[in-house]
Design a protein around this ligand. Structure first.
Ligand code: ASP
Ligand code: MG
Length: 423
């Protein structure tokens, strides 16, 4: 008997029939003698619907009230799941975040979990119940309901698994695992049976939407074994089969000894680039530019400062496209004049494409194959950034699909045999 946490995404909870299927699957685990804690998302579309209502009332709704509102989606799906379980004869009880409690800080709409009290959950598990904990929400020290940011129920599930020392955290979703890239862009993309935690961190932060990045951070910090798998299979498939399906996020890097140098291609269209031309190249200039950007709570991704020519330099950085207008406003009206920039140019038609793989640590020539592949496709690289296990480029977004397909092929990810052999 083990303690298993299972998270079900919005699609998995998307209708009464699907909720009943989730209940069947959970009942199967329960019947096999496992203790099961389930963390559901809101029914698909529900969070968007709620946030849409808020926008109809106010263009900039109060963030505390947004959390009051958005958290209701998970409360509804959780109670429905408890009812579905009970009607299948399985004792079950659902808890809202505040009832557990799941304690968070007070950053409404993007709160961070601080602690989870597992006493109530344990009590119910020990009396034979399945326990359902609402995803996505918690409570701050002042008793306000908070939410964890879009996609946050992944983080709720991993945090519950960490707090309870669960044997595994199963993330049931509408795809059957983590792919070498998005199969909608590259039909040849393949599911990875395992991915290292470091690679998953990169894939999640680079735009692969399978898991919320914070959930991966949590998994890494507390070494929670996480498996991403499909909720759309027959709910009664044998446990042994289910437990080896999907993609396991592993911490055993040696498992990957024979694996590919590049494991996956990630991409994100939500990028925008700004450049300050002819900025005086003096100490403190980067701080004068990026300090106010950080103070405005805008995340900067790639940064590039050129060699100075006659005492001035060009300074570029990228931000999320959602922050583009605010960033530009800040540059034109505040930062540009303050640092004496010659001109400000911008481009929100860019995207980021990245190759990821822990094998890059021990192989040379990986980035150069990336650059060669892009040049053969006639794609101009605007910015480059590298880490130990990834290389990212900023390119014009109309070439995104082409770049992803070409790189997927060049690194041998199109074929299983090619993968292990990629350079
Ligand atoms: N319901 C929330 C969202 O749509 C949280 C989640 O599904 O993970 O973002
Ligand atoms: Mg999600």
């Amino acid at each position: 008997m083990s303690l298993i946490v299972q998270k079900y995404g919005g699609t998995s909870m998307g209708s009464v029939e699907r909720i009943q299927n989730v209940a069947r699957r959970v009942a199967k685990w329960h019947a096999a003698g496992h203790q099961v804690v389930v963390v559901p998302s809101a029914m698909s579309g529900e969070t968007n619907r709620l946030l849409g209502l808020a926008k109809e009332i106010s263009p900039q709704p109060d963030s505390r009230e947004l959390d009051m509102l958005a958290s209701t989606g998970e409360q509804a799906s959780s109670s429905l799941l408890a009812m579905a379980l009970m009607s299948q004869g399985v004792p079950a009880r659902s808890y809202a975040g505040w009832q557990v409690p799941v304690r968070t800080d007070s950053s409404f709409t993007k709160a961070r979990i601080k602690s989870i009290d597992d006493a109530r959950i344990r009590g119910d598990l020990d009396s034979g119940r399945v326990v359902i904990v609402t995803g996505f929400q918690g409570i701050d020290d002042d008793g306000n309901i908070t939410t964890l940011g879009r996609g946050g129920s992944d983080t709720s599930a991993v945090a519950v698994a960490a707090a309870m020392g669960a044997a595994e955290c199963l993330i049931f979703t509408d795809v059957d695992g983590v792919y070498t890239t998005d199969p909608r862009v590259v039909p040849e993309a393949r599911r990875m049976a395992v991915i290292s935690f470091e690679e998953m961190m990169e894939m999640a932060s680079l735009g692969s939407k399978v898991l919320q990045i914070r959930s991966v951070e949590f998994a890494g910090k507390y070494r929670v074994p996480v498996r991403v798998l499909s909720s759309l299979t027959d709910p009664l498939i044998p446990l042994e089969e289910e437990m080896t399906s999907g993609t396991l996020i592993t911490f055993e890097e040696d498992q990957k000894m024979e694996a590919a140098v590049v494991s996956g291609i990630a991409f994100s269209r939500d990028e925008a680039k700004v450049t300050l031309l002819a900025v005086p190249d003096t100490p403190g200039v980067a701080y004068s530019i990026l300090g106010p950007v950080a103070a405005a709570n805008i995340d900067v991704d790639m940064i590039l400062q050129n060699q100075s020519v006659q005492g001035t330099t060009d300074f570029s950085f990228t931000v999320n496209r959602n922050d583009f207008a605010r960033t530009l406003d800040l540059l034109n009206n505040q930062i540009g004049p303050a640092v004496g920039a010659g001109q400000i140019v911008s481009d929100d038609k860019v995207c980021k494409v990245s190759i990821v793989g822990i094998g890059m640590r021990s192989h040379v020539g990986v980035a150069s194959l990336m650059f060669r592949t892009l040049s053969e496709e006639g794609i101009n690289i605007q910015m480059i950034s590298t880490s130990e296990i990834k290389t990212s480029v900023i390119i014009n977004d109309k070439y995104m699909e082409l770049a992803v397909r070409a790189l997927h092929k060049a690194f041998g990810l199109d074929t299983e045999s090619g993968q292990a052999a990629n350079p």
